[in-house]
Design a protein around this ligand. Structure first.
Ligand code: PLP
Length: 449
């Protein structure tokens, strides 16, 4: 197949590296999603919208570390802010005053945030937000949407991409562990609702209301295929959670980039808690969660790990981590959010609209079954289906063709995620959009010849 032989010709250095590290690092890459057959491309460096691999091939990067780099690689202002911090130490035993600056920025932007805490990653933000929800409500269960991705803890590694034979009825999806090693007991603590189906989701929430602490939702299913929630769905979930005393958590780790105040501002729906990550760290590790002051107040006890909470008489709720609130992530995040003003975000979203339109046109002109989903600066190319409107439509993806498409795009110098997900950044130009569509045309030729 020409795609594979072209790939092999272009990437001998990556092949050699894979052969060397594969025995030592399982899958040959620590981020195992980034390991794919026949072997992954290993990167050397990035600048602006471009990355170079170890063989010296340049790629227009439309993934930008899975949407975490809205300003592209090595933005000069972000780099300068990191440099400024370096001589003062990279992480410290106590909080730096710097953390208040980033806190002020996110609280000022995101409507639901009255108070906020930082974490080391988006995964941790979700983990702590769900623990807080359980502590606040005294209830043991949480609910998430089928197809929803919220990081890698046992709570939420449930029914992200459930196989058709295990996924259960479309209106009452099963809780399917996403990977081995998740105990069945944990799986039973996470209920799964069908994204964008108001009546069926309400039925599930009502049936378990007295044991349900939180419903966590992405306003746009990200890893699940870049499928936006309907405004009706989010509004209905807000009302139902209010009615049942369930906390509504929006996971805005990806969607914060869609509007100045995140997707919650664009939809006009205010959750009780919000989780964040990626863009608020400007390319360095970070996460954050925040929301209603009364709920966040549970994190108030001071005095170390062995204090008891005077309100409950039980153990206190605390949260931290060795690298939480480290100086470099804070500094990079402050500059990045500062540069992402409303006009810049609008421009990003317009570039994204243009890209999705152009890509859709290429597939239509080539008469290839494929759908480009997404909203604003986010997209996902699905090769195989004729429509992707609800999460289960993603099953129609032709896995072999999607993979060939991904490798073919790499051959033509364009990076998206293996599953077709991507984004634009402030570095994405009209030329980049044209080069992407040209690469898609060439790739479709390669994989259909
Ligand atoms: N939540 C969502 C919606 C995400 O997309 C991600 C990561 O892609 C996470 C949580 C986890 O964030 P992190 O990878 O920083 O742990």
């Amino acid at each position: 197949m020409s795609v594979l032989s072209d790939y092999a010709k272009r990437t001998p250095g990556s092949k050699e590296h894979f052969a060397r590290v594969g025995a030592m690092i399982p899958a040959g890459a620590t981020r195992s999603l980034n390991s794919w057959p026949p072997y992954p491309v290993y990167l050397d460096r990035g600048a602006g919208g471009t990355v170079w691999d170890v063989d010296g091939n340049a790629y227009r990067d439309f993934l930008a570390n899975y949407t975490a780099l809205p300003l592209g690689y090595a933005d000069p202002d972000v780099t300068a802010a990191i440099r400024e911090q370096l001589p003062h130490g990279t992480s410290h035993s106590f909080s730096r005053a710097l953390e208040a600056e980033l806190a002020e920025l996110v609280v000022a932007r995101v409507p639901s945030l009255e108070r906020v805490r930082f974490t080391g990653s988006g995964t941790e933000a979700v983990m702590f937000a769900l623990r807080l929800a359980r502590a606040h409500t005294g209830r043991p269960l949480v609910a998430k949407a089928e197809g929803g991705y919220h990081g890698t803890t046992d709570d939420v590694m449930i029914s992200v991409r459930p196989p058709a034979d295990l996924a259960g009825d479309v209106r009452s999806p099963a809780s399917v562990p996403e990977m081995r090693g998740i105990p069945a007991s944990r799986t039973r603590e996470t209920l799964v609702v069908p994204f964008n189906d108001v009546a069926a989701s309400q039925e599930i929430l009502r049936a378990h209301a007295d044991r349900l602490a939180a419903l966590v939702l992405e306003p746009v299913l990200g890893v699940g295929g870049m499928i936006p929630a309907t405004a009706e769905y989010l509004t209905a979930m807000r009302a139902t959670c209010d009615e049942l005393g369930i906390l509504l958590v929006f996971d805005e780790v990806i969607t914060l980039r869609l509007a100045y105040g995140g997707a919650q501002q664009a939809y006009g729906v205010t959750p009780d808690l919000t989780t964040m990550g990626k863009i608020i760290g400007g390319g360095l590790p970070i996460g954050a969660y925040g929301g209603r002051a009364d709920i966040m107040g549970l994190l108030e006890p001071r005095g170390g790990t062995d204090v008891y909470d005077s309100r409950s008489g039980g153990p206190a709720l605390y949260q931290g981590g060795t690298f939480t609130g480290n100086a470099l992530s804070l500094a990079a995040g402050i500059v990045t959010l500062g540069k992402l003003d409303a006009a810049t975000i609008d421009a990003l979203n317009r570039t994204g609209d243009l890209l999705r339109r152009e890509l859709t046109g290429v597939f239509a002109a080539a008469a290839v079954d494929a759908v480009v989903t997404g909203v604003g600066s986010l997209f996902n190319i699905h090769v195989g289906p004729r429509r992707v409107e609800v999460f289960r439509d993603v099953r129609a993806v032709d896995a072999a063709r999607q993979h060939a498409f991904f490798l073919g795009l790499l051959n033509h110098g364009v990076i998206v995620a293996p599953r077709g997900m991507g984004c634009v950044t402030t570095c994405t130009t009209g030329d980049d959009v044209a080069a992407f569509t040209a690469a898609v045309r060439l790739t479709l030729h390669d994989i259909t010849e």
